[in-house]
Design a protein around this ligand. Structure first.
Ligand code: SF4
Length: 223
């Protein structure tokens, strides 16, 4: 119940930000894609909104927002946690060592970065690369919901526990969520470890490889 109320508050704040002052009835929020009010717009509009966004305290410490990059629409969407120092400076997701590892992970299953859309749950860097706070995740979630609708992915790969919990609206740990296919309004969602975590914990690379195999198998099965 508390989660539903929090989602509703986040949705209403987002509508207010967009200039909508009243809604005819409460929306039925089944998953976080419902946080997008369905107001028409393009990816370019969305990127401009994110770059100007002051919805949470992270706007005060960012160098720039990092909305995401890649072709759109795009069959494959990758969702990470939040920009780090290099991403904050460059304005692009997954650069630096974690980005290099992600590129290698994709290459291992025959994909290049040019074939995927990459974004994060939270679009501005948390100071010191700390984990985003719950309020920051909730403030930013409607952007991801709208981004998913614009990218129209056929499959999603969530990287790390923040992405996993945000996409599935759950508090379950990643260790219990990975290793199987979840669905977000019919879109298969596979979860694995964040490349930055894998750099710190090389022993988890074996599990990440299993997740990538599951991702590839699911993707190939959709062809
Ligand atoms: S993290 Fe998201 S909600 Fe917070 S200021 Fe940046 S774009 Fe806005």
């Amino acid at each position: 119940m508390r989660d539903a109320l929090r989602l509703l508050r986040s949705y209403l704040e987002y509508l207010n930000l967009l200039g909508v002052e009243s809604v005819p009835s409460y929306p039925e929020i089944r998953n976080f894609l419902d946080l997008d009010p369905g107001i028409p717009g393009t990816m370019e509009d969305l990127i401009r909104e994110i770059q100007r966004c002051h919805r949470c305290a992270l706007h005060r410490t960012r160098t720039q927002a990092v909305p995401g990059e890649g072709p759109h629409p795009c069959s494959i969407l990758l969702v990470g946690e939040a920009p780090g120092r290099e991403e904050d400076l460059e304005g692009r997701p997954f650069v630096g060592r974690a980005g290099e590892l992600l590129t290698r992970m994709l290459s291992a299953i025959g994909l290049s970065r040019r074939e995927v859309y990459i974004t994060n749950v939270v679009k501005c860097r948390p100071p010191g690369n700390r984990t985003p706070e719950k309020e920051e995740i909730e403030a930013c979630r409607p952007y991801l919901a709208r981004q998913i609708k614009l990218v129209k992915p056929r499959i999603i790969l969530g990287l790390g526990s923040v992405a996993a919990r945000s996409l599935l609206l759950t508090e379950e740990p990643l260790s219990r969520l990975r290793g199987r296919v979840h669905y977000l309004e019919g879109i298969p969602v596979i979860l694995t470890y964040h490349p930055a975590y894998l750099l710190r914990n090389p022993a988890a690379k074996r599990l990440a490889w299993e997740d990538l195999q599951l991702f590839k198998k699911t993707l190939d099965g959709m062809a």
